[in-house]
Ligand binder design. Structure first.
Ligand code: NAD
Length: 493
């Protein structure tokens, strides 16, 4: 059976950064692997007055780092068509409809349409409305719309956006991208949990002491300053990526490994988040902003950032899940810019053996209160992809003392290099009509409701910024957050 997928892609924002850095290379990889062959076409739309020839060059340039065969690049780029227009102008959609129908006939696309909204979210409602009113959606094939983050800036705005989209698209036609869900090791969470009796048997409050999720960035705010300054780390990283990872770590076993069953379990997990009252926020959530050093600009000194900005570039928090499995287990989360290194990892910290019969001293940095370090299962998401398991073992040689040892498994370099990039994987899922690795509306809604209380409290109370040095793992308060419960971050920087 041919693996070829058949569709017309319409990319709104076809001249933008996302389209050039992520979408064109990912579509090309799908082309190289034969998922896209003869029966696909791409319409790029944006305001700039480009010709098709210029657009082909832009697409080819976007593939330069792949060092692909020139003829193959030319053949791929020939499927791309550019249409210049303003998405707020109804005329745009009339020409778009004509071009879509022409390409549908030319490439035999069977009415299959994928609309990628690679533009600012304030245009999403307008685009969706016009796609419907100008009859660009087809009756004979599938219609799917892809939405980028941010999906709203709080629950109310997310709901408004969702209501606008729902006037044109059913929930099962909407693919909300969270690119973390396209990452190999995030997808692997389900395999680790439900494919291994030892882990699923221990995956609860009887054996797990605490869980730590860290999404750490080394760089500062870079080009996205204007967007970021209106968002901050809590909205930019926690509401979406961290909440999604949390739901995958904490959900119960789905009846079947299908989109609907997984969604049911993720929603149940997010519904069980313990909501904070405003007066509880300061004790359970820490915010930070990076300071200047002699060599690195502080956040307030970055281009396009106000010198008085109170935007959070760091957040750490304690999240509790009030259900039978997780009651009493803190989930510590943290993310930020200008931290010690760039990586994403999840540390599952198990409870210690109840009695230490060996009675020896561990080095201070193991901080084990009964002298035995806890077992820790670490899921390394990026840049290393693999697992680590920390165990206590006997010290080699005379006498009897235990010492923590590490079991490591990393994906081998070839497998990791051939592993599809998140966007490629997600585009492939969309072509297959599989929304398992996308965020569903109920998940967005429960995440925002949890986040809104924290953001509101922060908006109502001035922080004392800046409060952490670049190259560290954030402010001291992030360490204190765990210390107040007798815990410490496994990764110290
Ligand atoms: P960008 O500013 O580089 O591109 C925006 C595109 O929209 C351009 O093609 C521009 O011409 C077009 N555009 C703007 N106004 C228009 C109008 N009125 N009519 C027609 N076209 C118009 O933005 P980007 O970085 O590519 O981001 C696109 C979306 O993806 C945003 O929602 C962003 O939040 C999201 N996103 C981007 C990234 C990334 O890595 N760039 C990552 C995550 C999410």
């Amino acid at each position: 059976m041919s693996k070829e997928k058949i569709a017309l892609f319409t990319i709104f924002g076809g001249t933008g950064d996302l389209a050039q850095r992520k979408l064109y290379p990912s579509l090309f990889k799908l082309y190289q692997k034969g998922y896209l062959q003869d029966h696909f076409a791409v319409i790029g739309t944006a305001r700039r007055p480009w010709t098709d020839e210029h657009y082909h060059q832009v697409v080819a340039d976007a593939l330069a780092s792949l060092h692909a065969d020139a003829d193959q690049v030319t053949a791929f780029a020939s499927h791309f068509y550019y249409q210049s227009h303003d998405v707020t102008d109804v005329q745009h959609y009339i020409t778009l409809k004509r071009l879509s129908e022409k390409l549908d006939a030319q490439y035999e696309l069977q009415g299959n349409r994928i609309f990628y909204l690679a533009m600012a979210p304030n245009f999403f409602g307008t685009i969706a409305r016009h796609l419907k009113s100008e009859h660009i959606l087809t009756e004979n094939g599938f219609n799917r719309v892809i939405i980028e983050k941010p999906f709203g800036h709080d629950f109310e705005s997310a709901k408004t956006l969702n209501d606008e989209l729902a006037e044109t698209f059913d929930e099962n036609q909407i693919y909300r991208i969270d690119h973390y869900l396209g990452k190999e090791m995030i997808q692997n969470i389900a395999a680790i949990r439900f494919g291994n009796n030892i882990w699923e048997s221990l995956w609860n409050n009887r054996y797990i002491s605490n869980v730590q999720i860290t999404l750490s960035e080394k760089l500062g705010v870079e080009e996205r300053a204007v967007y970021y300054d209106n968002s901050g780390a809590l909205r930019d990283m926690v509401q979406n990526h961290i909440m999604q990872i949390l739901s995958l770590l904490t959900m119960d076993q789905p009846v079947e490994f299908t989109e609907d069953d997984i969604n049911i379990e993720k929603v149940k997990a997010l519904r069980s988040l313990r909501p904070y009252q405003p007066e509880e926020v300061a004790k359970n959530f820490v915010r930070g902003q990076y300071a200047p050093t002699e060599t690195v600009k502080g956040y307030r000194q970055e281009d396009k950032i106000s010198p008085a900005s109170n935007t959070d570039t760091f957040v750490a928090g304690k999240v509790m899940i009030d259900n039978y499995r997780w009651s009493g287990v803190p989930f510590y989360i943290r993310t930020g810019k200008r931290l010690a290194d760039k990586f994403t990892r999840i540390d599952i910290v198990f409870k210690r053996p109840v009695i230490n019969i060996f009675n020896h001293e561990l080095p201070d940095n193991q901080a084990a209160d009964n002298g035995l370090a806890p077992n820790v299962l670490t899921i390394n998401v990026e840049p290393t992809e693999g697992f680590e398991l920390r165990m206590n073992a006997k010290n080699v040689g005379q006498g009897f003392a235990t010492t923590p040892v590490q079991l490591n498994f990393d994906h081998d370099a070839t497998a990791a290099a051939n592993s599809p990039e998140a966007y490629e994987r997600l585009l492939h899922d969309i072509l297959n009509g599989d929304a398992t690795n996308f965020t569903h509306w109920q998940e967005v809604a429960y995440s925002w409701k949890f986040i809104d209380v924290i953001q509101q409290y922060w908006d109502d109370h001035q922080p004392s910024f800046p409060n952490y040095k670049p190259g560290t793992m954030g402010p001291q308060a992030a360490a204190d957050l765990l210390a107040q419960d007798g815990h410490r971050w496994v990764y110290q920087g």
